[in-house]
Design a protein around this ligand. Structure first.
Ligand SMILES: Nc1ncnc2c1ncn2[C@@H]1O[C@H](COP(=O)(O)OP(=O)(O)OP(=O)(O)O)[C@@H](O)[C@H]1O
Length: 281
């Protein structure tokens, strides 16, 4: 079976135009990144500010194109020259952003937020669109009655649930999550991470998860890729990388970041694993 997403030699250059006072320059934000993620797994991308995490996330989410390299989604090569990916590819990959306040239109009712992707990408009839949106609200721990409310009527955690619901409306196989819990309070972070873990198990979703927070990574990731200055300096399973980070940059990153509440996180991971095993019979 092919991986849900694979990147080969992904490069991204940003061209900065010159001016009277300054020559034009090119910043190479990604310097040839390779990765693959199997179905139902989570690849976490960690690294310092400016290392290229968001650039990579936007490329995987088909929002930006790489300057060089190959991206394959479900084994299908993405045409990086095309202005926009086709609708079939578009619906397979969705993105959830850090800021649930900024990513929802304050004038749009939640029902419209959720049905919009169906209107743009499918010919689903209105009644079915509404039913699917109401069912999705329940799936993310909200209520069908929330369909007629506006974003300002919800807390930060609830808004992030709405953003997740919107991302799932087209039944994607891959979610790209760029710091999806870092704007939330700690207790709310745990609830949203649990929701993401449950949705992954239930729907067989694959995640590419950008985070600077190692306790979040420890909870959610199967594989971890550490990037520094646009290069993947270390890539390994979560357990291996936390037990024995090998690259000096990874050691430095781990030493500089307190991994809070490790016991609580370990307990949650164990609970999640036990629930999975129980579900599998
Ligand atoms: N639109 C852009 N134009 C020019 N340079 C950019 C642009 N976006 C990002 N860069 C540069 O590319 C590099 C990688 O940035 P990126 O935002 O991907 O890093 P990051 O790891 O996500 O950082 P942060 O954690 O602060 O969001 C940085 O040097 C940044 O200045």
């Amino acid at each position: 079976m092919s991986p849900v997403v694979e990147g080969r030699g992904i490069v991204r250059d940003y061209h900065m135009p010159g001016s009277m006072m300054r020559r034009s320059t090119t910043v190479r934000a990604l310097k040839g990144i390779d990765f693959k993620v199997e179905k139902g797994k989570t690849l976490a991308i960690v690294g310092e500010s400016g290392s290229g995490k968001s650039t990579l996330a936007r490329i995987v989410a088909l929002i930006d194109a790489p300057s060089e390299g190959e991206l394959l989604i479900d084994g299908q090569r993405v045409d990086i020259e095309a202005k926009r990916p086709g609708p079939e590819l578009r619906s397979k990959v969705q993105m959830v952003f850090q800021n649930p306040y900024g990513s929802l239109n304050p004038r749009q009712k939640i029902g419209d937020v959720l049905t919009e992707p169906l209107i743009i990408n499918t010919d689903t009839p209105a009644g079915e669109r509404r039913d699917r949106a109401r069912a999705m609200l329940e799936k993310v721990g909200l209520m069908p009655e929330h369909y007629n409310r506006y974003p300002h009527m919800f807390s930060g955690g609830q808004r992030q649930r709405i953003a997740i619901a919107r991302a799932l409306m087209l039944n994607p196989s891959l979610l790209v999550l760029d710091e999806p819990v870092s704007a939330l309070d700690l207790s709310v972070q745990a609830q949203v991470l649990n929701l993401l873990a449950d949705l992954q198990d239930e729907m067989g979703l694959t995640y590419v998860f950008v985070s600077h927070d190692l306790s979040v990574v420890r909870y959610i990731a199967d594989e971890v890729m550490v990037i520094s200055k646009g290069e993947a300096v270390e890539q390994a399973s979560r357990d291996a990388i936390f037990a024995n980070p090998t690259h000096p940059y990874t050691k430095q990153l781990f030493a500089a970041t307190p991994v809070t509440d490790i016991e609580a996180i370990r307990a949650r991971v164990a609970r999640r694993k036990a629930a999975r095993e129980a579900a599998a019979g």
